[in-house]
Design a protein around this ligand. Structure first.
Ligand SMILES: Cc1cc2nc3c(=O)[nH]c(=O)nc-3n(C[C@H](O)[C@H](O)[C@H](O)COP(=O)(O)OP(=O)(O)OC[C@H]3O[C@@H](n4cnc5c(N)ncnc54)[C@H](O)[C@@H]3O)c2cc1C
Length: 414
């Protein structure tokens, strides 16, 4: 592994750094740097508006969706240049939260399956942040097992009629478009009767109901479809090939989530460095030191694992299923670290309102968001299955309904 930039990479880094220094919304830098994991909000400013303005500025200067082709709103940069950009963008990257799904999953799926005209029409406004996209996959009966989904699409001349329900759809309430996976043939095994579409989220018959979360926010939604009409031209991939299309999306999901793993360790270390316990500074306490040492080792492990992926990108290789390890380790760490920080805060740890809690409620917010990290983009158990089967080569999970026609799988209340 060689961590030094090549001369070309160094020149690219210098150009990116200079542009960011001259153009980033510096008035939010401190606030973004302090923002806790999972609760990025700005005092006196709407994060959606600030995020869209920053994205637009980047797009106008050729810094949006760097690795996308220029014709589709990107820069045609190499994967390693994208990593360099992310390193230099630093805390301002937190302004891009609302675009993660569109840029990381919907865009690549459109690029792989939409027509040339559609790509030229839909991708540039997605890259520039003018239009926001969401991913309509999970359902009450189809989460880890997406192929268990029941939302129906039935052909009606040149259109498809959609009926059913999705759940946990992040950002549906502010999205303009979405990619939607449906069941078009219930008489074949569950992975074979699926078809993918994209749709306008303002289409008649689409109803969006926000879900309130434990942290008080409502980032995701239930989405209901009642006789929603989608033209066949908005089908992505062949009829019945939706599972393969969804793999493109899910592979990109794991890459974009896995690439930005936060652990909470720097926040915990800074907290402990300023904390005095009953018998002296926290950093002199053996129990605290032992915990910190353990998490420091894991943080280093994650850092070098991500460097390994970056080196692979630099050599022109694509990170594989081993990329799942980052989210698996970091997700559990965030939860453990936030719990420990609240233990150290003693009775004050139970206060969570940002105005009254210690450190603006940073660790409380982290703890309340942390279970979601362990579920979104693949639960811990599913990631372990992926690592077991595809990295370690262990025998596969038992999938008894894999070859049974979907409408013959025994179930309650279909
Ligand atoms: C913050 C957040 C944002 C999300 N955003 C979106 C979004 O934008 N679009 C979207 O479509 N979905 C989204 N999701 C949904 C997410 O993809 C699902 O929650 C996830 O795939 C798990 O599905 P489930 O909730 O139905 O749980 P289930 O699949 O029902 O799992 C329940 C439990 O069973 C375990 N389990 C399931 N199968 C196995 C197995 N084979 N082996 C071992 N254990 C197993 C799971 O690990 C879990 O502990 C989001 C979720 C979260 C938390």
């Amino acid at each position: 592994m060689n961590f030094d930039d090549t001369p070309q990479e160094a020149a690219f880094r210098a150009e990116a750094k200079a542009w960011i220094a001259a153009n980033a919304p510096a008035q939010y830098k401190d606030e973004l740097a302090k923002a806790s994991l999972g609760r990025v909000q700005l005092k006196g400013a709407n994060i959606l508006e600030v995020g869209k303005a920053w994205q637009k500025k980047k797009a106008e200067a050729g810094w949006a969706c760097l690795h996308w082709p220029k014709d589709y709103g990107g820069r045609g940069a190499t994967p390693i240049e994208r990593v360099i950009w992310q390193q230099e963008e630093g805390v301002y990257g937190k302004l891009s939260g609302l675009f993660i799904i569109g840029h990381g999953m919907c865009g690549p799926t459109m690029m792989a399956y939409a027509s040339e005209d559609q790509k030229r029409h839909y991708l540039p406004p997605l890259a520039s942040g003018e239009k926001v996209w969401c991913q309509l996959f999970s359902e009450p009966a189809g989460g880890s097992d997406v192929a268990g989904l029941r939302t129906r699409a039935e052909r009606d001349g040149g259109d498809w009629i959609i009926n059913g329900q999705k759940i946990w759809t992040s950002g549906a309430h502010y999205s303009d478009y979405g990619i939607l996976i449906t069941r078009t043939d219930p008489t074949v095994p569950k992975h074979k009767g699926l078809t993918m579409f994209f749709l306008d989220m303002k289409s008649p018959g689409v109803e969006i109901k926000p879900i309130k979360q434990a942290n008080g926010q409502a980032e995701f939604n239930e989405v209901y479809f009642t006789n929603v009409r989608i033209p066949d031209a908005q089908r992505l991939g062949a009829v019945g090939d939706g599972w393969n299309v969804s793999l493109t999306t899910l592979m990109n999901e794991r890459m974009s989530i896995g690439a930005n793993v936060a652990t909470g360790f720097p926040e915990l270390f800074a907290f402990c460095a300023n904390l005095t316990l009953a018998d002296g500074p926290a950093l002199d306490d053996r129990a605290v030191r032992s915990k910190l040492a353990n998490w420091a080792v894991r943080t280093s492990g994650l850092k070098y694992t991500s460097f390994r992926a970056i080196s692979a990108l630099s050599r022109g290789e694509r990170p594989g299923p081993e990329n799942s390890i980052g989210k698996l380790v970091a997700g559990a760490m965030i939860q453990d670290i936030a719990t420990y920080a609240l233990d150290l805060q003693g009775a004050a740890g139970v206060v969570s309102s940002p105005e009254q809690a210690e450190l603006g409620g940073k660790f409380q917010a982290m703890l309340l968001r942390s279970p979601a990290t362990r579920v979104e983009g693949g639960t811990d158990e599913i990631l372990r299955n992926i690592i077991a089967e595809r990295v370690l080569g262990l025998p596969g999970d038992i999938r008894v309904d894999k070859d049974v026609p979907f409408n013959k799988i025994p179930t309650k209340g279909r």
